[in-house]
Design a protein around this ligand. Sequence first.
Ligand code: CAA
Length: 384
Amino acid sequence: MDIGIDKIGFYVPKDYIDIVELAKARDVDPDKFTIGIGQDKQAVPQPYQDAVTMAASAADSILNSEDKQAIGLMIVGTESSIDESKSTAAFLMDLLDLPEDIRAYEIKQACYGATAGLQAAYDFVSLNPGKKALVIASDIARYGIKTPGEVTQGAGSVAMLIGEDPRVVKLDHKSVYMTRNVGDFWRPTFSKVAFARGKFSNQVYVDFFNTLWDKYQAKYDVTADDFKTMLFHIPYTKMGTKALRTLEDKLSPEKYAELTANYQESIKFSREVGNLYTGSLYLGLLSYLVNAAKANEKLLFFSYGSGAVGEIFSGEIQPGFEKVIDKKALQAVIDNRQKMSISDYEKMYQIEYQDGTIVDPTAVDAEFYLSEIKENERLYKKNK
Ligand code: CAA
């Protein structure tokens, strides 16, 4: 049975800041941010947006009523959860009008969560023929104003419908994974912002990639020549470049040039949005599908979640994927946004809704929003 990604869509907040303006405001050479880090814009969520509202928007962009009836499993991968008990997935049941016979839950393991969800979805579909699984990655990446990580923030959500005879990417069930207790990045429950040992986190990321890639090649007797494209977790676009560069001396110049060129196609959306944490790898897939992908290409995926878990797995782009991937509509999500000034972004960053907040719906510019906090319970509404 062929299993994989049958549909994929995404959501990013409608406001962004310009990275050159951010560099100037922080008295940094803009080239450091645009070349050294590799970012152009950064998505900024409104206070009425969170992992729930963004997940709802991403999923809503791909689901029809037939899909909803077929879903038996819904998993949200997030490290920006808004509740220590209730899962982000439970909130989505009403917002997406889903039937009750669904197993719904949340997975947390930093930026690896959605990949754990994808693998669980694969298993679920293989054991439940005819059923589908909805996997959503949804995060707000925050390090704080004037921190080294500020330039690597971002926000957004990616939704994927996993099923039999997939129309976008067939997963071949080949994967290698590893877990190591590492203190490269963490966010205690009291904190809205993450803490990172930035340069150490880069080293761990690259080490995980090299270890897993060696493991994958040995296990499946393949080389880079068997793949058209390598897709990476993209906390910022220079990060994948650093991992890819470690292969330069091991590959033919032609193969390295091809992988580098295709990596550039996969980071176009991330340059515009920033870090989606667990959604970043899949935003890279979307960018590649919109900008360069061809049918039957073999893809290698490197998923990394600090703390740390890594996995390399693979798949194949399906013939006719263009019928499911509306390139214009996906590009429009990136293009139809508005720039926010750095001072407005700094002011908005400080806003945190408290118990008793009621949001004015006429001031909301999003499909789904946090409408109220009542007795410390977050309540959501559709804006349509
Ligand atoms: N022109 C061009 N390039 C310049 C430059 C200039 N004027 N000035 C500096 N640069 C280059 C530097 O040479 C450096 O390049 P290399 O990395 O290739 O050496 C790059 O710009 C960044 O410079 P610094 O290392 O000095 O930057 P920094 O100390 O300000 O911090 C960072 C960078 C460590 C990534 C920081 O932004 C950070 O901590 N980010 C959060 C942690 C993170 O994203 N880690 C990634 C791995 S962990 C993960 O993947 C999970 C996750 O999602 C977080």
